[in-house]
Design a protein around this ligand. Structure first.
Ligand SMILES: Cc1ncc(COP(=O)(O)O)c(C=O)c1O
Length: 365
């Protein structure tokens, strides 16, 4: 059986099923003559606020801009520090640099989520905000986050770019902290035909400020009251998003069904191995990148006999180390992992040592 090719995005399949609806929605938006800030934008904002349990949603050009505006609207800038998880998409940290503040990276737990103990240790006197990321749709404990931010007088920004629709207890993603950010990037579960994002909050004045920032600092009276930007979600994109919001419940149900299928098929095998995320990355990096590269390198520069022996030793030690990691013997894994690194180091030193000799063709020696 030849391996199936599974595309990352099944765009054609989605268009075949829903394309007519999207095109009709875009057509209606364009006919209205308001390519920006048309009625579909206001409708989408109301729907998003309702779905997340917030008073306001302000759509913007991307999730990246949403995060930046969340900081800028609080005057966070030069001299300030913002706590941010060390593991997320780059936009979670780059928005801080863009605001002129300094990101302070905080460790994450095995699930890749912000670790509050590490955040407490990293929180200095200059810290003004904490960006909490609901990574891969997983949710942090909202009450713990909000208490943490309250005790330290930090602005809590929720990066819910990957978590629209997620919930824990009665709390929904998009409702945590002072301000929440969504992304409608094509990689997200509810995606725009292009880029898009939204900032959600409960504070009327904050929502007003966010609306000013997204369009040149213009206030409700039409005056350009402050320095702003141009970051708007096109009306046509809002129209498609409205359509996708209607489909989202069924998509989520189906996604859960597929996930349950994988869970059942894997039957907790990953959990049983005791392999942590770190170890997985180590295994993938070593096995698929480092080892083959080194083998090719060695075969070029070592004498055939030495090369063969080194290859056999590395392969044997590695095979045992991978088997050990699969049966959950963490210490054996680390011990053998270290042994491999030593073997590699010796091989590299030896290669460097013999380099001039092996590079010169025998006839030229
Ligand atoms: C966690 C996280 N934050 C922020 C962003 C930025 O969103 P956008 O791509 O809409 O700018 C993304 C995804 O793209 C993300 O995954």
């Amino acid at each position: 059986m030849s391996p199936a090719e599974i595309p990352f995005f099944a765009g054609a399949r989605e268009m075949a099923a829903h394309g007519d609806g999207y095109v009709a929605a875009i057509g209606a938006a364009l006919v209205s003559g308001r390519a920006l800030q048309g009625p579909q934008v206001a409708e989408l904002e109301a729907r998003l606020a309702g779905a997340c349990g917030r008073a306001h949603a302000v759509t913007v050009g991307s999730g990246t801009d949403a995060l930046f505006f969340a900081l800028a609207a609080h005057g966070i800038g030069p001299g300030d520090e913002v706590l941010v998880p060390a593991f997320s998409f780059i936009a979670t940290a780059s928005c801080i640099v863009r605001a002129g503040a300094r990101p302070v990276f905080v460790d994450v737990d095995d699930a890749g989520l912000l670790d509050l103990e590490s955040a407490a240790a990293a929180c200095g006197t200059r810290a003004r905000a904490l960006i909490a990321v609901q990574l891969y749709g997983q949710m942090l404990d909202p009450a713990a986050l909000e208490a943490f931010a309250r005790e330290r007088e930090l602005v809590l920004v929720e990066d819910a770019a990957q978590a629209f629709g997620a919930a824990t207890g009665k709390r929904r993603a998009g409702s945590v902290g002072r301000v929440s950010c969504l992304s409608f990037d094509p990689t997200k579960t509810v995606s725009a035909p292009g880029s898009g994002g939204a900032v959600l909050c409960d504070d009327d004045a904050l929502a007003e400020r966010l609306r000013r920032l997204r369009w040149h600092g213009r206030d409700a009276a039409g005056a350009f009251a402050e320095l702003g930007y141009n970051s708007q979600l096109p009306t046509a994109a809002a129209a498609v998003l409205l359509r996708k919001l209607e489909l989202d419940a069924e998509w989520t149900r189906r996604r859960r069904e597929v996930a349950a299928h994988y869970d059942a098929a894997l039957d907790g095998k990953m959990a049983a191995t005791g392999i942590t995320v770190d170890q997985m990355f180590l295994v993938f990096t070593d096995v698929y990148i480092l080892i083959p590269t080194l083998m090719v390198f060695l075969s070029l520069v070592l004498r055939p006999r030495v090369n063969r022996i080194v290859n056999i030793v590395v392969a044997l030690v590695y095979a045992v180390s991978i088997i050990a990691s699969c049966i959950g013997e963490g210490w054996v894994y680390y011990l053998l992992g270290s042994a491999v690194e030593v073997v590699l180091l010796v091989a590299i030193v030896r290669t460097a040592w013999t380099w001039p000799r092996t590079q010169v063709a025998p006839s030229l020696r």
